[in-house]
Each structure stands twice: as C-alpha cells, then as structure tokens.
Design a protein around this ligand. Structure first.
Ligand code: ATP
Length: 220
C-alpha cells in the first residue's frame, strides 16, 4: 500500500450508533422527537465529506454531538487529533475587533504569539478580510462575520474541521476562496465535514452522507 493509500484509510473521527431524542413538556403531554437513530459516520484523514438531508433531519444535532456540545442518548465517538468547529451562529463578542478575537482565541488554543500572528495573517489573506482587522464585530456585515467565524475555527489548524453551513452569506469570490482553502486542507491531510444544502456542491466532496429518518446513508 502506498503512503497516500495508507493515510487515506486512517479514520480521524469515528461515530458509532449515535442516537438522540428531544423530549419536551411534562407527562401526560410529553412529546418525543427521535432525531438520530443509530447514526454511524467515519471521517478519514484528508477527506472532505458533505453532510446533507432535508430541513430538520438532524444535521446540526449530529454536529453538536460530534463536538461535544450536546450529549447523545447512545453511541460512541472516537476522535484522533484536534477539532475545529464553525457553528451556524458565530461565537463572538460584539465589542471586540477581529484582531482581538484572534488574540483571544490564540490564547484559548495555547498558540504562541508568533504562531497566532502567522496564521491570522494567512487567514486574513485567504478569506480577504484584513481591512476589517480593527473593526468591532457588531459593525461587520453578515458575510464578513461568517469569514471571521470560519477563520477562528481554522486558527489552530485542526486535524478535523466541522462546518455547519459555513458559506451562508458568502459572496461568489469568498465562496471560491472557501473551496480553495478546503482543497489545501485536503492536500495537507486535514479532514473536513461540511453541512451543505447546495446540490451544486456535491461533486466537490469526496463522499456525501445523507441523514434521513434518523439514519445516515452514503449517497454515492
Ligand atoms: N434543542 C432542541 N430541543 C428540541 N428539539 C430540537 C432542538 N434542536 C433541534 N430540535 C429538533 O430536532 C430536529 C432536527 O433539528 P436539526 O437542527 O438538527 O436539523 P437540521 O438537519 O440541522 O435542520 P436544518 O437543515 O433546518 O438546519 C428538528 O425537528 C428540530 O425541531
């Protein structure tokens, strides 16, 4: 087996039998909504996977479970390496600037100042938003806020990157920059799981996993 083939089969994230039921109300009016019913998902090194499914099929729920934000009712998750997460709603502080966010996240990720500044400059260039470095987050447009959200998830160069609809609000140029960036991550052996609603994106993924009736199936 060549090195490339060997690395391609190394799982970096393995989720097995993930189940989740949301419960609302109190007896006798209690409602149950089983969203995930034994979902299996494996992400290999250097693989870009699209997670698709109709509205309400459980994509965000699964991603929140994978990052540990939400507890599953059953199942196991095995993660090898670091994890980056870009949620649908950015986790930012209104009064801080973009630069200040990078500084804060750099400390949280335990990067040295040099490492953080190098990555920060690269991400400003890759996503083309350096001119907003000193702008407070509550004064950014929705698209620029989405760029910052994505950049913060990438700052520590995670082995596995989970993105919940990252390009809602991106203009065409940014959308293409996003896919360039994802392509470079694939080449570097990093893995990305992207929740997507765009049929047109499906050929950009190595594999597409569809959630339906609580189960995950491979689309092609
Ligand atoms: N905190 C919650 N409490 C109760 N029910 C919830 C909660 N979060 C999500 N749900 C329900 O779980 C189901 C799956 O929601 P989820 O957001 O995971 O779907 P999705 O596939 O990401 O949807 P979309 O494509 O619309 O973003 C929906 O029926 C939703 O109403």
């Amino acid at each position: 087996m060549s090195l490339d083939n060997a690395s391609a089969v190394v799982p970096v994230l393995e989720a097995r039998g993930i189940s989740k039921t949301y419960r609302q109300g109190v007896w006798p009016f209690r409602k149950r909504n089983q969203v995930l019913d034994g979902v299996d998902l494996t992400l290999h090194r250097g693989e870009i996977i699209g997670l698709v499914g109709e509205n309400g099929s459980g994509k965000s729920t699964l991603m929140q479970i994978l990052v540990g934000e939400l507890a599953a009712d059953a199942g196991s998750i095995d993660l090898r390496g670091s994890l980056g997460y870009c949620p649908q709603g950015p986790i930012v502080f209104d009064r801080l600037t973009c630069d200040e966010h990078f500084e804060l996240y750099g400390v949280a990720y335990e990067l040295t100042r040099e490492e953080r500044v190098r990555e920060q400059q690269r991400l400003y260039d890759d996503l083309d938003f350096k001119r907003y470095a000193d702008t407070r987050v509550d004064r950014l447009s929705g698209g620029t806020l989405a760029k910052l959200n994505l950049a913060l998830a990438l700052l520590a160069d995670p082995a596995v990157l989970l993105l919940d609809e990252p390009y809602a609000g991106f203009d065409w140029d940014t959308y293409l920059r996003f896919w360039d960036l994802v392509g470079r991550r694939r080449e570097a052996g990093r893995s990305v799981l992207v929740i997507s609603h765009f049929i047109a994106d499906e050929q950009r993924f190595d594999r597409v996993v569809e959630l339906h009736d609580g189960k995950a199936t491979e689309k092609r």
